[in-house]
Design a binder for this molecule. Sequence first.
Ligand SMILES: Cc1cc2nc3c(=O)[nH]c(=O)nc-3n(C[C@H](O)[C@H](O)[C@H](O)COP(=O)(O)OP(=O)(O)OC[C@H]3O[C@@H](n4cnc5c(N)ncnc54)[C@H](O)[C@@H]3O)c2cc1C
Length: 297
Amino acid sequence: MMNIVQNQILANLTSWKVGGPARYFCQPENYKDISEAVEFAEKNNLKIVILGGGSNVLVSDKGISGVVLHLGKLNQMTVKEENGNLKISAQAGVPKSELGRAFLKKKLAPAVFLAGLPGDIGGGIVMNAGVSDATVPKEFVEITEWVEIYRFDQKKFITMSADDLAWSYRKCSGWQPGIIVQAGFQWKLGESPDIVETVFAANRLRVGKQPLNLPSCGSVFKNPTGDKAGRLIDSCGLKGFQVGKAQVSPKHANFIVNLGGATASDIDQVIRYVKKTVMEKTKVELEAEVVYLGNWD
Ligand SMILES: Cc1cc2nc3c(=O)[nH]c(=O)nc-3n(C[C@H](O)[C@H](O)[C@H](O)COP(=O)(O)OP(=O)(O)OC[C@H]3O[C@@H](n4cnc5c(N)ncnc54)[C@H](O)[C@@H]3O)c2cc1C
């Protein structure tokens, strides 16, 4: 029987290092564990919440009252060459960095956008994670071939073609309600000789522009069409704005950093203030990219 523990603190499983406990918590290692955890939740009428790498979530200080499934132990990956393509099957908890390394080994272009992207591949698909520059490919939609899901409504594992999902900027839908358990990725074989240098350059760019020395969730807001959230926030003079120990990064205005000891409530208050101020001053409504988890009332 799947080991389910109570009152597990989640802060260390999130990149912001904030948030309260999960009422119930488990780390499935295989498909049987997933089915059992879902069964447990259904039997006890509890909500299921999925945590991948925790790099795009804000967990409430009050915690999460349902069952949290952390997928970090679902981390098998296989790589093969087929019909001139590199094909990779990866379970949801495989870090994006590992997927990136598999492409880099073959000197293939997806290594570039995957460089420096935190979190796991499950979260990468849910968020259609990627970069906003002219890199090709630049988002998960371009490398994903199929997705395997445990569907709550059908109570079974199903595989969907990536073409049957609805992908948009930092969003993928059509697979719910369920849990992404595995995905297939592919890219045409054919070496790009300067790929290693391009990956290094992408990493250098991140280090130069982003406050990577402090806990954050990356970009808090989505870029509005035709503009950059960071530019708008900066234009409102909000760099350095602080509530408690949460601060709009002076280095990158779309990052909110935890200066040490911030609460989720501090971060939420900064998010609300930034949204309100940008609306008042620029008439642009910012939409959060970060996903709120847990009890916020
Ligand atoms: C320093 C830093 C830089 C970043 N830079 C970028 C960037 O350049 N581009 C970018 O797109 N993002 C960036 N991010 C944000 C984040 O890394 C991505 O959104 C990432 O894809 C989230 O993956 P994760 O595994 O951490 O997901 P989580 O944060 O754990 O989860 C995100 C959402 O997906 C759901 N979820 C996760 N896994 C599953 C699953 N297997 N099945 C069903 N639901 C699931 C969760 O419930 C939650 O709603 C950055 C974050 C940080 C901290």
